[in-house]
Structure formats: structure tokens, C-alpha cells
Design a protein around this ligand. Structure first.
Ligand code: ADP
Ligand code: MG
Length: 356
């Protein structure tokens, strides 16, 4: 069981690109942490720095508190699995999985036992004598995982391992990876650009954007307490209202909005409320007249857009609700479901009165 610590980890490529900036993060022993970010955000670079395939420009990588920068990649015990994994075509599945143990010179009986256990763990117990070209894409990825697991690594580094698979298979393998991490206790960093994947697989998520770690938390924190508008949008947030906060009231273009107690200072703020948090009907506070612009109730998750004082707002009322275009309804924003974010620089700016 290994705790991974990244300390101010920074990587500048020769081309002058800073791919990873001052990344500080701890992945606890046995934890499955997702590193989530759009393409080019520095995810692969981070994994390569941990595996020892790249040297950091600055900062440290520690396993159980010990710096491993001086340790060569093959001695670190960190193993990477990629989006597509080349298996040796001239070796059987069993030989492919055994390869890492043969070069470590383990004895035959132990190799046999560990290969069988690894293939069983990835649900391919009878595949030892198959050839790589007889496998589907999903089975190849499972063999790649078995090949990684068989050496009993301290760290499992997965670089978008499911991105090339179709949807059903992806869901099945996510569950399998979760089970594997739980059973083996191997500390795992799972890289993905897909927020739904990160949410379903991970104990915690770190969001990386432009090489910087922007927020770390449990999956639900990114819905309930996103750090800023960009992260809220990345997790499907669609309703944003800029306004001026004074105590527990924010003046916005749809009117006065009551907010929960917030450490945000008075002044310009951005409010967000998730579509699924908005209710139809009157309820105590934060009731607004809304004109229905669009409603599609024939989906398991229905979609509706209304206009409140000209501002488009998205909600997800129950399916097969009776709502007609241009109808006027009342919607309710429960106070405790409103998130107070820093003002969004990319939207309206405010005149802040200066005292000279
Ligand atoms: P991700 O895996 O999140 O897509 P990468 O870590 O591959 O991101 O890349 C991060 C940034 O570093 C990108 O801007 C990419 O173009 C750049 N980059 C990656 N590898 C190199 C390299 N060998 N030389 C120069 N720039 C690189
Ligand atoms: Mg990548």
C-alpha cells in the first residue's frame, strides 16, 4: 500500500510549453483518484513524471514520503496502462501476462500461479492460450490490465484506458477496475477527459486545466460546490446569474435571490443552480415567474427551458409533466441548492466604486 505525493510538480518542455504547473496532490493508499481534464491539460505528462519516463523541471514525486526522482522507472513499481496497448503478437495471452515476471526472474510455479490469478481478476480465466489477434478491444484492455497487475505494482497509472471502447463495455470495465482497486488495495490514478467517467469510477477527482490543479474533491462536491464557473460548466452546470451580493441577498437580472450563508465577500458574485435543483411551484422564498420556452418530457431525464425576465434558465421537471410552450409558471430555487461563485471575468464586469 503506497501513498503518492506530488509536491509543486512542474514540467516545462523544451519547446517552451509548461505542461504541468506547481501540481501538489496526495493520493492516499488504496485510493482510486481520477485526474480529469480536457485534452492538452497535462494529464499524460503527470503520469509520465510519476512513472519516471520524464524528469520534472521542478518539484518532487514521493512514494510513502520518500522521493523517488533518483529511482529509475523499472524500479519504481509504478505501471502505466494506455488507451491502446500493444500486446506481443507472437506470444499467447498467458505469455504476454507472464512477460513482466519472467524478466524479473521469478520461478515457474509462481509465474503460473500469478498469471492465472491476474487473468481471473480481469474476468478472463480461460484465455491463457489464446492469441492477441483472437481478442476484442475490451479483452485486449483487460489483458493489459492483467499484465500490469501481475507484477503487484505500488501504483497503477491508467491513461484513458477505456476511451477506445464502446459505451456498454466502458461501463462494465469501470466497475471491474473499481473492484480490482478495492480487492488489491493498489493506489490508482485514473486519467480521463470524461467527467461522467470520473464521477462513476473515482473515490476522489482532481480537475486539471492548463496544467494546473483547479479543484480536488469527492465526485458530489463538483456538483454541489464547484470552485468556479468553468468547473461548474464542465460538470454540466447551465444556469449562471451574475449579481451583487449583500449579506444573504443577491440582486440579479431576475430579481432578488436569497442565498445560503456564504463566506464570499459582499460585492459581485456569480450564482449557479443546477437544472435538477429547480422546482416548479411556489415554496416560501425565491419564487420567480417564468415563461416556458421549450419542454421535452419524453425522456427519462426531461428537459425544459424557461425565460425569467428574459434570462434563459434550464430545469429538469418530472417526465410527462403537463407544460406548454408560452405558458407562464412559477419556479422555485431552493436557497440551499444555490452555489455562490466568484464573479466570472468572461461575462459582465462591474463598476467597483473606488475610494481615492
Ligand atoms: P493530456 O494528456 O491532458 O492531453 P499532455 O500531458 O499530453 O496532455 O500535454 C500537455 C501539454 O504539453 C500540451 O500542450 C501538449 O501539446 C504539450 N506536450 C506534450 N508532450 C510534449 C512534448 N514532448 N514536447 C512539447 N510539448 C509537449
Ligand atoms: Mg493524454
Amino acid at each position: 500500500m503506497t501513498t503518492l505525493t506530488l509536491d509543486d510538480l512542474t514540467k516545462k518542455y523544451a519547446a517552451g510549453v509548461t505542461a504541468v504547473s506547481d501540481l501538489t496532490l496526495t493520493v492516499n493508499e488504496g485510493e482510486l483518484m481520477a485526474l480529469l481534464g480536457p485534452s492538452g491539460s497535462g494529464k499524460t505528462t503527470t503520469l509520465r513524471l510519476i512513472a519516471g519516463l520524464l524528469r520534472p523541471t521542478r518539484g518532487d514525486v514521493r512514494f510513502d514520503g520518500q522521493s523517488i526522482l533518483a529511482v529509475p522507472p523499472e524500479k519504481r513499481g509504478a505501471v502505466m496502462v494506455f488507451q491502446t496497448n500493444a500486446l506481443f503478437p507472437f506470444m499467447s495471452v498467458g505469455e504476454n501476462v507472464a512477460y513482466g515476471l519472467k524478466i524479473r526472474k521469478l520461478d515457474r510455479a509462481e509465474i503460473k500461479e500469478r498469471v492465472a490469478a491476474a487473468l481471473t481478476a480481469v474476468h478472463l480465466p480461460d484465455y491463457e492460450n489464446r492469441w492477441p489477434d483472437q481478442l476484442s478491444g475490451g479483452q485486449r484492455q483487460r489483458v493489459a490490465l492483467a499484465r500490469a497487475l501481475v507484477i503487484r505494482p505500488r501504483l497503477l497509472l491508467l491513461d484513458e484506458p477505456l476511451s477506445n471502447l464502446d459505451r456498454g463495455l466502458r461501463e462494465e470495465l469501470r466497475q471491474m477496475i473499481r473492484d480490482l482497486v478495492q480487492e488489491t488495495g493498489i493506489t490508482t490514478l485514473f486519467v480521463t477527459h470524461d467527467q461522467a467517467e470520473a464521477v462513476t469510477i473515482a473515490d476522489r477527482i482532481g480537475v486539471l486545466m492548463n496544467g494546473r490543479l483547479r479543484q480536488v474533491g469527492r465526485p458530489r462536491d463538483f456538483y454541489e460546490r464547484p470552485a468556479d464557473a468553468q468547473i461548474a460548466r464542465f460538470f454540466g452546470g447551465r444556469n449562471f446569474l451574475s449579481g451583487i451580493k449583500q449579506g444573504h441577498i443577491v440582486q440579479t437580472s431576475i430579481g432578488r435571490v436569497e442565498i445560503p450563508a456564504s463566506p464570499a465577500p459582499d460585492g459581485p458574485v456569480l450564482l449557479t443552480v443546477r437544472p435538477e435543483a429547480i422546482e416548479i411551484g411556489t415554496n416560501g422564498h425565491n419564487n420567480f415567474l417564468a415563461r416556458v420556452q421549450m419542454y421535452n418530457g419524453r425522456l427519462p431525464i426531461s428537459r425544459c427551458q424557461v425565460s425569467i425576465n428574459g434570462v434563459p434558465i434550464h430545469l429538469t421537471p418530472p417526465p410527462f409533466h403537463n407544460l406548454n410552450t408560452d405558458e407562464t409558471i412559477v419556479v422555485h430555487f431552493p436557497r440551499e441548492r444555490i452555489c455562490v461563485l466568484p464573479p466570472d471575468e468572461t461575462e459582465e464586469t462591474y463598476e467597483v466604486s473606488k475610494t481615492s
